[in-house]
Write a protein that binds this ligand. Structure first.
Ligand code: BDR
Ligand code: CA
Length: 311
């Protein structure tokens, strides 16, 4: 199984991404969850991550608290999408499992230094603050990373928090810039992919029909999350952004993309946090990321439902 660290700001879609990973031990060995401020502040993302581990029946999972705000900016949150707690929808018990003492950034650095080189994959599902802080503090870890598979950015679908920017990149563009420049192999799940991973009602009914606590909770989460987006997506269902990352690690053949140059805008007020993706390779700049453009959504949902059934 591939060793991964999930860096996350749960978030209903983060929760589903984590559940998919924890349900797939033959494919993914989750070394730890590192929490970051994003959809909601850090005290809630650390709470929500532990709620999700307990929901999965895996309270032994290590959960670490990381950075409580972007490197150089004020935190922007997304309660308008995820609700007050970040995990609105189902009613789940407050977590009793512990939070680890170590800081998430130290855990990321130590793990990359202690595990054999190129055997640990980072899976960022939120703003890239923890990742960039680790890379800045310990530049030696960059060449030890097997791959960074992240949800963030957009090419054609452009923005969901401003007309030009996707939320995760917008919240901490300086962190994104550091991450995209680090030299490790990067695979990106932008909005172009995730807006094709829509939870239509039959797909949500399939979660509910599992008849398990997890199936019901996931159905309630996706009912709540981005439920207002009928106009935008032509569907009453939410785009399941973050699970594209963990699904990719299990079934990469469900995704298609291109190895291109991606740069992050950090200066312009108008386009702050934009992922300038050179899809047509017109810039002459060296490729630094595989930017996905397409997903086989039916098989993605089939995989997700089948794996969630195990929990
Ligand atoms: C991303 O932002 C968050 O709201 C979601 O959890 C996802 O990671 C989508 O833009
Ligand atoms: Ca997220």
């Amino acid at each position: 199984a591939r060793k991964i660290i999930i860096d996350t700001d749960p978030g209903q879609d983060d929760a589903v991404a984590i559940l998919l990973a924890l349900a797939s031990p033959e494919d993914l060995d989750v070394l730890g969850l590192t929490c970051v401020a994003g959809n909601v502040p850090l005290n809630l993302t650390t709470r929500n991550a532990r709620i999700v581990c307990e929901l999965a029946g895996k309270p032994e999972t290590r959960v670490f608290a990381g950075c409580d705000g972007p490197i150089a900016r004020k935190l922007v949150t997304a309660e308008h999408v995820h609700g007050k707690t970040g995990l609105d929808g189902p009613t789940l018990p407050e977590p009793t499992m512990p939070l680890q003492d170590q800081h998430a950034v130290d855990f990321i650095i130590d793990t990359l230094r202690n595990e054999p080189a190129k055997t640990v994959t980072l899976c960022p599902l939120g703003p890239l603050t923890n990742i960039a802080t680790a890379l800045t503090r310990a530049p030696d870890i960059a060449e030890r990373i097997q791959e960074i598979v992240l949800m963030g950015g957009a090419y054609f679908e452009v923005g969901n928090i401003t007309p030009a920017a996707e939320f995760n990149i917008y919240v901490d563009p300086e962190a994104a810039k550091i991450t995209f420049a680090c030299g490790a192999p990067i695979t990106v799940m932008p909005l172009d992919v995730t807006h094709k991973a829509l939870v239509t009602s039959p797909r949500n009914e399939a979660f509910r029909a599992l008849g398990t606590r997890v199936g019901t909770a996931v159905a309630q989460m996706t009912d709540f999350f981005e439920r207002f987006d009928l106009e935008k997506y032509g569907s009453t269902g939410a785009p399941l952004h973050d699970p594209c990352v963990t699904a990719y690690l299990i079934a990469p053949h469900l995704f298609q993309g291109r190895f291109i140059n991606v740069e992050i805008e950090t200066q312009s007020e108008l386009t702050l946090g934009m992922t300038v993706a050179d899809w047509w390779r017109v810039s002459g700049r060296a490729p630094n990321a595989t930017f996905m453009g397409d997903i086989d959504a039916d098989h993605f949902f089939a995989l997700l439902t089948e794996r969630l059934a195990r929990l």
